[in-house]
Design a protein around this ligand. Structure first.
Ligand SMILES: O=P(O)(O)OC[C@H]1O[C@H](O[C@H]2O[C@H](CO)[C@@H](O)[C@H](O)[C@H]2O)[C@H](O)[C@@H](O)[C@@H]1O
Length: 349
């Protein structure tokens, strides 16, 4: 089995595109035309409001981000896919664009490397996926960019050779070993919201008390930000939950509310997001102003849009949105859900 076959057979997700791009670049991956087309065919099979906002607006937004499927969705999907084609069907185009450039891979965690599940503590990444990421990182600098706190996402992924940007990019650390992609000897570290730690902790404790009577509601401490989960909350109780969250955050003008997949996220108002994290990491790798770099960013959530926007505005690399349903996005390409093992059939929110 060649290195290339090994890499591909380990891949079970949207991550395959990064691996596919790898095939075009690495000299380790030399092969003839037939081999190229066989691999491509095989890859196809593998694809599996701020503090001032009113409560009603927040509740509307929670509902809007959790749509139920309608019969016309197929039509919407067809026109959407024309604007955001499958990254696999555009394989050749992406390969051409990356030619001669240094690929850097950015991967979101929840909904990209792991399936969306009801209990956030059980969003386990498969060993197969871990091996695929490990193989990608052998060839390219690779970063995990997550809303989770860095330590937690590291515990899920457990690959010391990667860069990790936790808390939506507000906590960045370079590889803990002497990895070849590491620049110099210095450890990359960036924590732009360090002074918010006591405030976040205080809000976490207050929220724990406030929401404990709402069945299914949980709050997750992501160190520099908080996640209030409502995936397991009866929709009739969403209004109450929104009330409680607003009643706490209204006293903290330095915090803002954003939304993810059935989650309200409380974050410092500083201008720092996954897009800034991407730029910081490119700079740390020595590609601040360079056009010879080809970032591949794969993500599924609203917060990943900040990174997609940076790539689009700078005309760099590709953004790939993992989604089964049409969504407004700045990503150029799309992929289906990360794995067959992901939650319920209709759950893409
Ligand atoms: O940036 P990400 O790595 O995608 O993190 C965003 C949030 O992901 C997690 O919540 C989401 O996944 C959970 C597990 O599948 C699911 O139960 C929840 O409904 C989703 O919103 C994580 O728990 C959050 O802290 C992250 O902010």
């Amino acid at each position: 089995m060649t290195n290339q076959n090994m890499v591909i057979s380990n891949a079970k997700s949207g991550l395959t595109i990064a691996i596919a791009v790898a095939m075009s670049e690495s000299t380790l991956f030399s092969q003839n035309q037939n081999g190229y087309f066989t691999k491509r065919k095989f890859l196809k099979k593998l694809e599996t409001s701020g503090n001032g906002a009113r409560i009603n607006a927040l509740l509307d937004s929670m509902r809007a981000s959790s749509p139920s499927r309608r019969p016309s969705d197929t039509e919407d999907h067809n026109s959407w896919i024309l604007r955001h084609p499958s990254a696999l069907s555009m394989f050749d185009e992406i390969m051409m664009a990356s030619k001669g450039k240094q690929i850097v891979v950015f991967l979101d965690y929840d909904g990209t490397l792991s399936p969306i599940v009801e209990d956030p503590d059980r969003a386990i990444m498969t060993n197969e996926m871990r091996e695929a990421v490990r193989d990608v990182a052998k060839f390219f600098p690779t970063a995990i960019v997550s809303g989770r706190c860095r330590a937690k996402v590291y515990n899920f992924v457990r690959l010391s050779e990667l860069y990790y940007a936790g808390s939506h990019g507000m906590d960045i650390k370079g590889p803990s070993n002497g990895h070849k992609h590491k620049k110099g000897n210095e450890t990359v570290l960036c924590q732009p919201a360090i002074e918010f730690l006591p405030m976040i902790d205080e809000v976490y404790k207050t929220l724990l008390e406030k929401i404990k009577y709402i069945p299914g509601a949980t709050v997750e401490n992501n160190k520099f930000c908080l996640s209030v989960h409502f995936r397991c909350v009866d929709e009739k109780k969403w209004g109450e939950l929104a009330d409680e969250v607003k009643s706490v955050t209204k006293d903290y003008q330095q915090l803002r509310l954003t939304q993810g997949r059935k989650v309200l996220e409380i974050r410092p108002t500083i201008k720092w997001d996954k897009g800034n994290a991407l730029e910081f990491l490119l700079e740390s790798l020595g590609y601040a102003e360079s056009n010879n770099v080809f970032p591949v960013y794969i993500g599924d959530d609203r917060t990943d849009e900040d990174a997609f926007r940076v790539l689009r505005n700078r005309g760099l690399g590709v953004g790939i949105l993992v989604s089964k349903t049409p969504k407004e996005t700045k990503a150029s390409y799309s992929l289906q859900e990360p794995s067959e093992a992901s939650t319920k059939e209709n759950d893409n929110v």
